[in-house]
Design a protein around this ligand. Structure first.
Ligand code: GTP
Ligand code: MG
Length: 233
């Protein structure tokens, strides 16, 4: 039986993917974990050919390459469908050091939490290179959600880096195809009174490749998703 699946969505991460996978495997060896690693890749650059080479080196690495669809949310949802583990951690391809948080997340899942959120907005979190515009937007978005959902314990609702109980999250009926999936999981979980806990993490701006989260493109979409969940879920 597989206990944990790490789902990694990737889009054009040829500059990062090798370093990220090396980091993940170094940590899971050190931490004595043996998760299934499942990459859902929509890339049009060399990411997929790099991943195919890495599959020969790393055990338990599976790659689903999509040419017919894009979107980080739909990729993670496919990962949730395909995962063999009872627990899932969604991990970002541009964050090679976040694997160090796997044991803390897994511990909370084993304790029975449905969702383990990560937040870079704890006082002890170290944030390096976070763009000022994104920080302001994140602050506004998080405070708006706190009031709208009357939920004041959590600090970061939008982070995609999180762990959860697969069965419980599947029951939420997820639909988001883009970056709003991070919000959809936690907001629907709040509405269902799921057990949610938040862990502090450090955050560092990506070293290679480009950010795909364009606020100007997604802001309206984010707002509509939040309102829809608040009013109809
Ligand atoms: N499969 C898939 N993965 C994607 C897609 N868009 C982004 N991703 C991945 O989702 C993860 C997060 O994307 P980033 O561009 O780093 O976005 P972010 O971390 O929210 O934003 P930043 O704060 O700018 O880093 C990365 O692993 C990306 O490769 C997509 O369309 N399909
Ligand atoms: Mg990123």
């Amino acid at each position: 039986m597989v206990e944990l699946t790490v789902v990694i969505p990737t889009f054009n991460e040829e500059k990062q993917i090798k370093k990220t996978m090396q980091g993940v495997y170094a940590y899971i060896k050190k931490l004595r974990l043996n998760p299934e690693i499942l990459v859902i890749d929509d890339s049009t650059d060399k990411t997929y050919s790099i991943l195919k080479r890495l599959m020969k080196r790393y055990n338990n690495l599976k790659v689903e390459h999509r040419t017919y669809q894009r979107g980080v949310g739909s990729a993670i949802r496919l990962g949730i469908e395909k995962a063999k583990g009872s627990y899932i951690i969604v991990y970002m391809a541009d964050a090679p050091n976040d694997a160090k948080y796997f044991p803390a997340i897994l511990k909370k899942l084993r304790e029975g939490y449905d969702i383990v959120q990560t937040s870079r907005f704890f006082t002890e979190s170290r944030i390096i290179g976070y763009p000022f515009k994104k920080r302001i937007c994140n602050w506004l978005c998080n405070n708006f959600i706190k009031v709208l959902f009357f939920e004041f314990k959590l600090r970061d609702f939008s982070s995609l880096f999180k762990g959860f109980n697969k069965k419980r999250v599947k029951a939420l009926g997820l639909r988001a195809n883009e970056f709003d999936l991070g919000l959809e999981i936690v907001l629907k979980a709040i509405r269902k009174n799921y057990r949610i806990v938040e862990l502090p993490v450090d955050w560092k701006e990506r070293e290679g490749g480009e950010s795909k989260l364009k606020l100007s493109k997604y802001a309206r979409h984010y707002f509509m998703s939040v309102m829809k969940i608040r009013l109809t879920y």
